[in-house]
Structures are given as structure tokens and as C-alpha cells.
Design a protein around this ligand. Structure first.
Ligand code: FES
Ligand SMILES: [Fe+2]
Length: 451
């Protein structure tokens, strides 16, 4: 979606007095504005790296996985030589999506509409009734699929961009790499996405979905019901060991923190009160030995929620969770969830991880439905001409530029550190980044058009 509107000016819709008065507000109209949505698709999605899939989802030649960059369907395809390519997921003839399923295996993709076919390197190799349909000199290669100009992996996480003009993936990820490593290093055999996923459509804007990832403030209200239900169940069933669910962070009173990491990435964390119940606990001795006290502390004894801008969520809480969100329109988004796990973990650890994943994250579980309802009602409340402002100034007095003690120990350089995970400091950096992408990108567009 190419944005053709006027340069975006958010000065009247972001009240940024964080550094002077400790106040930061975002006008609620930004969550339901069709013109802004169009600009977001180009400048917040199409012109940045997006998460597409995990390599474990496409292990064999011919394996494909469908994804989106903003509203653009794309797919990743494992080549016959083992490399990865990604393409626009639209037939060159009249645009039908080519992948028959969200994921599958096919060395040749044949369009369901009129039967054109493509090899997995994107070349058009078959046009139904080609003879007699086109003139002499017809060149089938003009109809090869459009390959994404940028595709790269970090520790098995595959990212793509629709424009070549993006920084390296390492530059984009920055300190988010540390938090991805905390997952990727959990098994010497790497990670895998456990087969099976859920996808659900939400009546709220993609930004509300994204900013909820690092909203520690909602946990003790929205998820109190989850905690009380789980505690009652565990008491009744006398649950023990790995099957016990970590609820200490919901109760509160544990050491915690939050970071705005730059480039739109955010993190909150909280110490685990019962690390012996985490699915990774059986690997404690190896991880302590292999990674040293600081990194092992993060891997084993701190729960973490990470947003990798714009569309990847990684949570390591009572269970582990990978999530993507994609915008469907202003005020609507689609979310897909998977359990991500260390390969070859002990059977009892995988069993516990899956049961706790189902408890919290499945739509039919005890928490995701509460999150979705809270966010949907927030969207409902912000509609209309008197929408007012969302307030993100909780704890700004404690926000520090750069790393706090925990980040410093890990060698991280966040843009800002918040004093507590139920503060709102990370949103200052996040909404400033979002604003700058829109304003800088759309202004550059206009000057390019004028040349
Ligand atoms: S749209 Fe694919 S063959 Fe016609
Ligand atoms: Fe939540």
C-alpha cells in the first residue's frame, strides 16, 4: 500500500512533555484513523523488517509458510539447495494467493484460479493453454514471482522486508538480539515451533495489541482471575513440580523492570518466585555452567515479555509463546499464537510447557480471552469525536536514560529503563519511534515526489 496522502503531522496528537513535565499522552484518534492506517502500512511495516516465520516451520526443501507484511501477503519457501527465498504471495496472472495452506510442502505451486504454476525459485513454469493464447515472442519469464528484496535470519527467526533500503537485520534488532538469544540458547539443539496454532481476529488496533505486550500494569487486574483459578485448581489437585504454574509476577512484590530498546523494540521482565517450576528448570545445571551468572539469571529466573517491532512477540513466562499480529484495518487486527520450545527437552518438561501454554495463551484458555476483551473495550471507548487521550505517564519520574543496573550487567544499552514493570516509560520511546517513522517517511515521500 503506497501512501499518497499529505505528510503526516502528529504534533497535535502526541502530547510529549515526558522530559519536562513527566507527562506523555497519545490522542485516541490515532487508533482508528483510516488515513493514518494507510501511512502506517507503508512506513511502519513495508519499510522495516518484519518477522515472517521460524526456520523450524520450513525445515525441508519445498516447505513454505505464508505470512504478511502489513496488508501484503508474502510467503517463505525453502529452496531445493536448502536456502530460503520469500515472495509476494500473489499470482502474476490475476493476483490469487498461491499458497494453498498457511504452511505445507510443494516444490511447484499451482494457482487454484487458472492453473499457472511456479517453481519454488519463483520462476513461472506453466501457463494453462499457453499456445494459442498469446502472440509470438511471448516471454513467460515476465511472469516470474516477485521476490522480496531482503530476507535474513537471526538465530532461526526469519525476517523479510519489502524494500531493499533497510539497515542490516542486526542493526534493526539491536539489543532485541539479547532477548532472542535467551530463547535460542535454551537447547543446544535449537528451538522449534510446536505444531498447531490459533488465529483470532480482534476488534482493536494493532498498536493496542502491540503496546499490551509490555503492559505489566494490567496483569494484576486482567489476570487475577487466571491466578485465582489456577491456584484453586493446583490446591485441589495437589499439583507439584514442573506442572505448577508460576504466578508470582501476577501477585506482584518481585523485582522487575522494563526497557525501551530502540527501533520500536520493548521488554518487561519480572523475577520468577518459583523457577523450579519453569519448563526450562531441568536444564538449570547446564545453563548455569554454560552461560555464566548474568545470562543464566535472565534465562532461568526472570520471566520476560518482548515486542520486536513491528509484529513479533516472544514471551517466556510460565510457558513460552511466540505471537504475531497483523493489521487488518484501523481498529482491527489478527493475532496468531504458537508454543515455541527447546528441541529435545525432557518429555515431562514439554508436557508441562504445553499444558501451561494452553492454560494461559489459548483463546479457549484462561487469559488471552481476558486480554482481548480488555483491548476490545478500550477500542470501543476511544471511538467518536470526543475520544480524548490515552495517558502513558505512570512512573515517568523514575525513567532513566540508558541502562539500569540489570541491563548494565547484561551489557545492554536500552534507550530508556523504567523503574518498574507496571510503569509506562517504555511507551515514550515506542510512540516517539512510531511518530518519527510516519512523519519522516511521509515528508521524504513528498520531497521525492516534488523532484
Ligand atoms: S490468478 Fe492465478 S492463474 Fe489466474
Ligand atoms: Fe495480558
Amino acid at each position: 500500500m503506497t501512501y499518497n496522502g499529505p505528510p503526516v503531522d502528529l504534533s497535535a496528537r502526541i502530547d510529549d512533555r515526558a522530559d519536562t513535565d513527566g507527562e506523555f499522552r497519545v490522542h485516541r484518534s490515532v487508533f482508528e484513523d483510516p488515513a493514518l492506517f494507510e501511512a502506517e502500512m507503508e512506513f511502519c511495516f513495508e519499510r522495516v523488517w518484519n518477522f515472517l516465520c521460524h526456520e523450524s516451520q520450513v525445515p525441508e526443501p519445498g516447505d513454505y509458510r505464508a505470512a504478511h507484511i502489513g496488508t501484503q501477503p508474502v510467503f517463505v519457501h525453502r529452496q531445493e539447495d536448502g536456502s530460503l527465498k520469500a515472495f509476494i504471495n500473489a499470482c502474476s496472472h490475476r493476483g490469487a494467493v498461491l499458497t494453498p495452506l498457511q504452511e505445507g510442502n510443494a516444490t511447484t505451486l499451482t494457482c487454484r484460479f487458472h492453473g499457472w504454476s511456479y517453481r519454488c525459485d519463483g520462476s513461472c513454469i506453466g501457463i494453462k493453454n499457453e499456445e494459442g493464447g498469446y502472440g509470438p515472442g511471448f516471454d513467460r519469464s515476465r511472469y516470474n514471482l516477485t521476490e522480496l528484496p531482503r530476507l535474513a535470519s537471526y538465530r532461526g527467526f526469519v525476517f523479510g522486508a519489502l524494500t531493499a533500503d533497510v539497515p542490516s537485520l542486526d542493526q534493526h534488532l539491536g539489543d532485541a538480539r539479547f532477548f532472542i538469544d535467551l530463547f535460542a540458547d535454551q537447547s543446544p539443539d535449537g528451538l522449534e515451533i510446536v505444531p498447531g496454532s490459533q488465529t483470532y481476529v480482534c476488534d482493536h488496533d494493532w498498536k493496542l495489541q502491540a503496546d499490551n505486550v509490555t503492559d505489566g500494569y494490567h496483569v494484576s487486574t486482567v489476570h487475577r482471575n487466571f491466578m485465582n483459578t489456577i491456584l484453586a485448581r493446583e490446591d485441589r489437585e495437589q499439583t507439584s513440580g514442573l506442572l505448577k504454574t508460576e504466578v508470582g509476577r501476577i501477585k506482584g512484590g518481585v523485582r522487575n523492570g522494563q526497557y525501551y530498546l530502540g527501533n520500536g523494540h520493548m521488554c518487561i521482565w519480572a523475577e520468577r518466585t518459583s523457577p523450579e517450576g519453569a519448563p526450562l528448570a531441568p536444564a538449570t545445571e547446564r545453563i548455569d555452567r554454560e552461560f555464566g551468572p548474568v545470562k543464566a539469571e535472565w534465562m532461568l529466573r526472570r520471566g520476560r515479555n518482548i515486542l520486536v517491532f513491528p509484529n513479533l512477540v516472544l514471551n517466556d513466562l510460565a510457558s513460552t509463546h511466540l505471537r504475531t499480529h497483523r493489521p487488518l484495518g484501523p481498529g482491527r487486527c489478527e493475532v496468531t499464537i504458537w508454543c515455541i520450545a527447546p528441541r529435545n527437552e525432557p518429555r515431562e518438561a514439554r508436557f508441562a510447557r504445553l499444558r501451561k501454554f494452553e492454560d494461559f495463551f489459548l483463546v479457549s484458555g484462561l487469559s488471552t480471552s481476558d486480554d482481548v476483551v480488555s483491548l476490545d473495550t478500550a477500542q470501543e471507548g476511544l471511538r467518536g469525536p470526543d475520544a480524548g487521550w490515552n495517558v502513558y505517564d505512570r512512573g515517568l519520574g523514575d525513567m532513566v536514560a540508558g541502562p539500569d543496573e540489570a541491563a548494565g550487567e547484561a551489557g545492554l544499552s536500552p534507550v530508556s529503563s523504567g523503574g518498574s514493570w507496571d510503569h509506562e516509560a517504555c511507551y515514550v520511546g515506542w510512540y516517539r519511534y512510531w511518530r518519527d517513522l510516519l512523519e519522516d517517511g511521509s515528508h521524504a515521500h513528498v520531497s521525492m515526489a516534488a523532484e
